[in-house]
Structure formats: C-alpha cells, structure tokens
Design a protein. Structure first.
Length: 283
C-alpha cells in the first residue's frame, strides 16, 4: 500500500507552498488507495511553537484533506540518539567545531543550500572545550555501502554521486535541536512506513544523503516524488521567514479552502504566485 506524508515544522504558519505540498501528497495517496500521514516535525529548538499544531490541523481540514496523524518528532529523540551512536561505532561520524563563517570561507563549492563543507575538521583531534556538531564522513560511508541508486517518480532512476555530496551534520551543536533534518526525516519515514516521499524540488539534492543513511542503517527504501515549488513575486520559494501569506489568515478571512485546493490542483495560482517547475537537477 502506498503511504505518503506531510511533515510541517511548527515554527511559523503554513502558507500556499505548504498547501500545495500537502495536496500533492494527499492526492497521490488517495488516488492509489493508500494512506496520507501528518507528522509534526517539532524538534527545531526554541523556534517550535506548540500552539501552531492545532492551527495546522485546522488549515488541512479547511483545504478538505483527510489524514492520519503519527507521533511527533519530539517523541523520537532516543531513536535519533541510538542511530547516531550506531554510526559513530561504524567510524562514520566525526566532530566539527566550524562556524558558519568558517565554512563559507573554506568552501570549494556552492550547493543548493549554500557553501558545501570542505571537511576542515576531518582527522583533527577533537577539542573537548569547544561545542561540536557531528558530521557524516561521506567518503567512508560510500566505501562501506558501495554504489547506490534511488528512484524519483518524475525524474526517473538516479545514482548517488560522491562528487555531489558533502559531509553533512547529523547531530547538531545546539542540544535543543539534537538531530539534523537529514537524520530525523530518514528515521521518521522508515518508522512511519512511508513508501512514497513527496516533497518539493528544493529538497531533491538532499535525497542522496537520505538514501545513503537508509543503506547504512538498514532501513526500507521508498520511492520519491519531488514536486514543483511555488514562487513569490520575487522569484524565490515561498517561505515563512519571508512573510508569505498564511493559510490561517486566508481561512480567517472567510476564503473557501476547498475551492483554493482545487485551484492549486489545476494550476490556477493567485496573483503574484508562480509554479517553479525546473530547479537545476544534474543528470
């Protein structure tokens, strides 16, 4: 059975981009007789606001979506810690004390999310006086797994290419946010039985890391479906931090959520919103 999910973080209200993503995941599951899950990703330190969770549920119901709710991330901290310890025992994690400024200054390549880490701390003796994140040694990880591939429903079969990867953080310096997105989402999708990972094209470049973690941790391998993202008038992806109009505001203003959902399905977008179909994807 197909199982999809929508996994928002309660650090700001949902906007039209979230609505589109939830609708894609919901409709793919329902069209194939499957299950659509809601998972709240609430381990973003002090930024998480528990009062938004009820608002998220109200937004999805207003759009006419039906879902099953699974455990929130905050209930799974022990699972994340155990997985990190397993990777350490395999010799695959190393401590990193670099700041963002240091990473930017030493980066040899810019990735979709900014400067790629150059491996500055790899092989250095750790300094116990410095707070450290723990990074995945991608070269060693791929040596252990061998060649890997994955399948996207829209882009077709893909290969995990070492030259496209950097040593990502799996355990953060900030103890209030113990696991990185990469580690938490990979473990969550496996625990929730997700078979089709639906998310925006902006996360396409993260998928090889997730496929690598699945192999290292012996997790099931889903199929992926990376959908277009919605762009604002400035040509950038809609985002909470840039004040994109919230679903809650539209709902409270009396707009028809089901009609909005049908318009998004049909590609009829509000003024100033565009469909960002083609982010750069290397062959």
């Amino acid at each position: 059975m197909i199982v999809t999910r929508f996994a928002p973080s309660p650090n700001g209200p949902l906007h039209l981009g979230h609505a589109f993503s939830a609708i894609v995941a919901h409709d793919l599951a329902k069209a194939r007789g499957g299950r659509f899950l809601l998972r709240i990703e609430d381990i973003d330190g002090e930024r998480s606001r528990s009062e938004l969770i009820a608002e998220f549920r109200a937004d999805l119901a207003w759009l006419g979506l039906e879902w099953e709710e699974v455990p929130q991330q905050s209930s799974r901290l022990a699972v994340y810690a155990a997985a990190a310890e397993r990777l350490r025992a395999q010799g695959l994690l190393y401590p990193c004390t670099c700041t963002r400024a240091q990473i930017a200054a030493s980066a040899r390549k810019i990735g979709p999310d900014g400067p790629l880490y150059a491996g500055t701390c790899k092989g250095r003796p750790p300094d116990p006086a410095m707070p450290a994140a723990w990074r995945l040694d991608v070269v060693e990880a791929l040596r252990q797994t061998g060649a890997l591939g994955w399948l996207d429903e829209r882009a077709g079969p893909r290969a995990v290419r070492p030259e496209q990867l950097a040593d990502v953080v799996l355990v953060r310096k900030d103890k209030s946010t113990p696991a990185s997105y990469h580690l938490a989402v990979t473990l969550d999708d496996a625990a929730d039985g997700v078979t089709l990972v639906t998310r925006g094209l902006d996360l396409f470049s993260a998928t090889p890391i997730h496929r690598l973690l699945q192999e290292l941790l012996g997790l099931p391998i889903p199929v992926w479906h990376h959908h277009p993202v919605l762009l604002g008038a400035d040509g950038r992806k809609l985002a909470k931090r840039r004040g994109s109009p919230s679903l809650a505001a539209l709902r409270q203003a009396g707009e028809d959520g089901r009609a909005l959902a049908d318009s998004l399905r049909a590609g009829r977008l509000p003024a100033g919103i565009a469909m960002g179909e083609s982010l750069h994807i290397e062959p």
